[in-house]
Write a protein that binds this ligand. Structure first.
Ligand SMILES: Cc1cc2nc3c(=O)[nH]c(=O)nc-3n(C[C@H](O)[C@H](O)[C@H](O)COP(=O)(O)OP(=O)(O)OC[C@H]3O[C@@H](n4cnc5c(N)ncnc54)[C@H](O)[C@@H]3O)c2cc1C
Length: 389
């Protein structure tokens, strides 16, 4: 049986960032990806916050896969109100972005095996056995495994981990650039527990819906009609996204979970590229330290990975509380919130402006029933500013 130090299951942003980090530190992992190419099929709105570039010490201006730069986001609420989100983001060509990460990982010493679906993991005393699909059903003995298999998390489930609670998304890639802003539309009736988005790219626009409601296509078609957007469809895309933030346990017995598999998604906007990459980087840093300098006790438990992650605000349970408050609001409450913060950058409200905002809130008595919820929302937007949507 072939032996590997670190196997990474999944060649998306999380797995590839883990591979890049490990290989930069002298550990050469093998990434197993079930598809025959990296970055395909694209199941993404292709918006990503600046933090993803900062994590990689990259300048977005120098990246060919960056197609548009948005200094902020426009967040629409019922009754034609609009809040501004101070969330500096970019539209990327997601397939090229993932391929770039793969190239960098390979340049630094990682190996990527395409068309290699992992069908089984077996826990052994001193290693994890990994079985690759195909006629030969190759077996590997791995010292450590990073599970970056996306939101379905089938292998994680088979190894006894909790898997993320997910929500479904549906998107059209349509011809033309519809608008000049990155737009989110919240409406509790149209898209319960979610929103619609319009993300213009280069001669294309990604328009989608994420919601717990069943008839997503019909709802998205109605949204396009309301916005007078022609359905000149280039592609249809669907997928599932973790909706409630990180799962309880992200480590155990020589295994680390990263990205969507770990629920590393902002529970307010459900974006997962940046946090997936951040968790991949932290897993790579941690595992390389264990492999290079590790004490025996750390070898199988790996609990410090979770402790390292928990130092960051994006792991805070406050995010989940923000999700619970925000998505329980009726359209009447959302409209009032929209009126209070209309045309303001909610995540820039500081100092004296907090008092002015509180004065405005006091003119809307029904909002006074939700002081804690409004606080969570304000904090949730601040986390989105720092960690992306
Ligand atoms: C419609 C839609 C729109 C979205 N829009 C945005 C957006 O605009 N911005 C944003 O930040 N996020 C967005 N997201 C979420 C984002 O795409 C994910 O959070 C992100 O891709 C997570 O990265 P990951 O590496 O954890 O997982 P993935 O990108 O899902 O990668 C997992 C990889 O593992 C592979 N794999 C799975 N099982 C196996 C196996 N057994 N063996 C080998 N390989 C395996 C898969 O083929 C895949 O390549 C969107 C999601 C959807 C569905």
């Amino acid at each position: 049986m072939k032996k590997i130090k670190v196997a990474i299951v999944g060649g998306g942003p999380a797995g590839l960032t883990a591979a890049l980090t490990l290989s930069k530190r002298g550990i050469s992992p093998i990434v197993f990806e079930e598809h025959s190419s990296i970055g395909q099929p694209i199941q993404c709105g292709e918006g990503v916050s600046i933090g993803a570039f900062e994590d990689l010490s990259l300048s977005p201006k120098k990246c060919d896969f960056v197609v548009r730069d948005f200094k902020d986001a426009k967040i629409h609420f019922p009754s034609n109100t609009q809040i501004y989100g101070d969330i500096h983001s970019f539209m990327i060509k997601r397939d090229e972005f993932d391929s770039y990460l793969a190239e960098k990982a390979i340049e630094n010493g990682s190996e990527i095996r395409l068309s290699s679906k992992i069908i089984e993991l077996k826990r052994k005393k001193e290693h994890i056995e990994l079985v690759v699909s195909g006629n030969s059903k190759e077996h590997y003995e791995c010292e450590y495994v990073i599970l970056a298999e996306g939101s379905r998390a089938n292998l994680a489930r088979s190894m006894g981990f909790d898997t993320p609670i997910s929500i479904r998304a549906f998107e059209y890639k349509i011809k033309g650039e519809w608008g000049d802003d990155l737009k989110f539309y919240f409406d509790a009736k149209r898209s319960p527990y979610g929103y619609c988005w319009i993300f213009p790219r280069d001669n294309e626009t990604n328009v989608g819906i994420v919601t717990t409601a069943q008839n997503r296509k019909e709802r998205l078609d109605n949204f396009l009609k309301e916005c007078n957007i022609q359905r000149d469809i280039l592609k249809k895309v669907g997928g599932i996204i973790p909706m409630k933030g990180p799962v309880n346990k992200l480590h155990g017995d020589r295994i680390l979970l990263v990205g969507d598999t770990a629920g590393m998604v902002n529970p307010l906007f459900y974006g997962g590229i940046r946090l997936g990459m951040t968790s991949g980087r932290i897993a790579g840093e941690f595992l390389s330290t264990v492999l290079l300098y590790g004490e025996k006790a750390q070898i199988s438990d790996l609990g410090d990975y979770q402790k390292n992650l928990q130092k960051y605000k994006f792991m805070s349970t406050l995010n989940l509380k923000c999700h619970e408050f925000f998505y329980s609001c009726s359209n009447a409450v959302l409209a009032k919130i929209g009126k209070v913060f209309n045309k303001q950058y909610i995540n820039r409200i500081e100092g004296i402006r907090i008092l002015k905002t509180l004065a405005k809130i006091s003119t809307k008595p029904s909002l006074l029933f939700h002081p804690v919820g409004l606080y969570y929302l304000y904090r949730g937007f601040k986390i989105a500013r720092d960690w992306g949507f």
